[in-house]
Write a protein of this length. Structure first.
Ligand code: ZN
Length: 503
């Protein structure tokens, strides 16, 4: 017998979940956490089963969000293959079998499975279980450090990808008759697919161009002019590049109302620059949205519409995950609104699954639980002021002592500078000698007619004011060379901050 599934009509409880009060939300999360740990994670995850057993953690003692602190953190290093364990990532996938289901599932859950077998036939019941757990899709971690790691999805996880995509599109208030231009790079990365599945879920007209790599910048501009989308989505630096090229061609983009950016940090200064560019091409009432997501969660989160210059924060999905904010040094859990590292725990994944996963992302302003002042939803919101901890670099400017520099502060300064068209930061060793000190170079494409001497002085002064570090070199390059340096048309990731020191 063959089974054929149509694209599912998923009943998403979002409308209800997004209106619960904090007590109800926490109760829901506690209940989901208990069920997930005792009926999915501990029984079926080879990795976590081993960790629980080694550390003597009884799965039924994890009953609430507060109990999470008894579980060890999971980090990127835990997935990375070693010569002894070449397939470590597989250990994170939930892998049920008859014996484990019999042993760990509560009687009512087993009875439901049995009833399904009696009513629909054994084969259908087995197929249901397979579809819930069998990998059928994957995306990869970015691989900025080390080898990319695959994250596996089952049909259950794909259904969740529809759900998170649909929730994001609702947050952006995109209506069913709007047209969406998806410029995320076609790659086995979350961003592209999150938009594709979100579009399916909401039954929207989405054109996924694949970014610069697939149809080139000319191709993207031509397609935008023909399609006249109201929404453009993509990686910030590439969206900005395409819009800038369109502006140079004197194109009119008056259909565009919303820009959705993902896969990289977006500052309010950058949003303002993008808005100005769109307005110069005839657009009005433009809203720019940031999103946040990572491979390991197999989902992304979104801002809702606000007035310019403010962010609502990312609206979280409390029925799908638990977020904690912890001290990056001590691991201690922070209170509401406090800064720290973002830690993620899945509540509803099936294939690759992580709990207490340290994202390596540092959030200023933490998580807020008061209702969103802009859309009224009551889900917890994660501040959008997020930097990668790996962008805070230990630099040796002298041979005597090292300095920690947050390169995002460099980025903020350069993003906000009117006279700077495009920029890149590069760290390298002096004279390319591995035994020498570190140097920071700022590559910069100035606007036409700008006095370069004065601009260089301004860049040095402003960066020093923000970071107490002055760049070693400020190098002016043409836009053409900068596009190559940034690999704007070919890369899957932003290359605004480069660390070219030998590893
Ligand atoms: Zn909101």
């Amino acid at each position: 017998m063959q089974y054929c599934y149509n694209a599912p009509m998923i009943l998403d409880p979002w409308a209800n979940v997004a209106r619960l009060n904090p007590t109800e939300t926490r109760a829901l999360q506690n209940q989901k956490l208990q069920e997930f740990i005792t009926q999915q994670l501990y029984p079926f995850s080879p990795h976590y089963r081993r960790i629980f057993d080694q550390q003597g953690i009884k799965p039924d003692t994890i009953r609430s969000i507060g109990d999470l602190k008894h579980l060890p953190f999971t980090s990127k290093a835990d997935f990375v293959a070693t010569p002894e364990h070449p397939d470590r990532y597989k250990e994170f996938a939930l892998q049920p079998d008859k014996e484990k289901i019999n042993r760990f599932w509560p009687v009512p859950k087993k009875l439901r499975l049995l009833a399904s077998g009696l009513i629909e036939g054994k084969q259908v019941a087995q197929e249901r279980i397979s579809r819930e757990y069998r990998p059928c899709f994957m995306t990869f971690t970015g691989g900025t450090t080390g080898k990319p790691v695959p994250f596996l999805y089952s049909i259950h996880d794909i259904n969740n990808l529809y759900v998170s995509g649909s929730r994001m599109l609702q947050l952006f208030e995109i209506k069913s008759d709007e047209r969406v231009f998806n410029m995320f790079p076609y790659a086995p990365h979350l961003a592209f697919w999150q938009v594709v599945f979100g579009g399916f879920a909401e039954c929207l007209t989405v054109f996924s161009s694949g970014g610069g790599k697939c149809i080139g910048t000319e191709g993207n501009i031509g397609a935008i002019l023909r399609m006249r989308p109201s929404v453009i989505m993509g990686v910030p630096s590439y969206v900005y590049h395409v819009l800038r090229m369109a502006a140079e061609k004197k194109s009119r983009l008056d259909s565009v109302k919303k820009i959705v950016l993902g896969a990289a940090r977006v500052t309010e200064g950058f949003k303002a620059k993008l808005t100005e560019l769109l307005v110069s091409m005839g657009a009005s009432d433009v809203a720019i949205f940031g999103t946040y997501g990572f491979t390991e969660a197999k989902a992304a989160w979104a801002e809702c519409p606000t007035k310019p210059g403010v962010s609502s924060g990312y609206h979280l999905y409390p029925d799908k995950e638990i977020f904690e904010v912890v001290d990056p040094d001590t691991g201690e859990v922070k209170k509401e609104g406090e800064d720290g590292e973002i830690v993620y725990t899945a509540l509803d994944t099936r294939c690759s699954t992580v709990v207490r996963y340290r994202t390596g992302d540092y959030v200023k302003g933490g998580i807020r639980w008061e209702p969103c002042p802009y859309c009224g939803r009551t889900v917890p919101r994660l501040s959008s002021d997020i930097t990668r901890l790996s962008d805070i670099k230990g630099l040796d400017f002298s041979k005597i002592k090292g300095t920690f520099v947050n390169l995002n502060d460099f980025a903020n300064v350069l993003n906000d500078m009117e006279a700077v068209k495009e920029w890149q930061i590069e760290i390298h060793k002096k004279d390319n000698d591995p035994h020498e000190v570190d140097e920071v170079a700022v590559y910069c494409t100035p606007k036409e007619g700008v006095d370069r001497g004065r601009l260089e002085e301004n860049i040095r002064k402003t960066i020093f004011g923000a970071t107490e570090v002055s760049p070693n070199q400020v190098v002016f390059v043409t836009l053409e060379d900068m596009v190559k340096r940034l690999e704007l048309e070919t890369a899957n990731k932003e290359r605004k901050i480069l660390d070219n020191r030998p590893q």
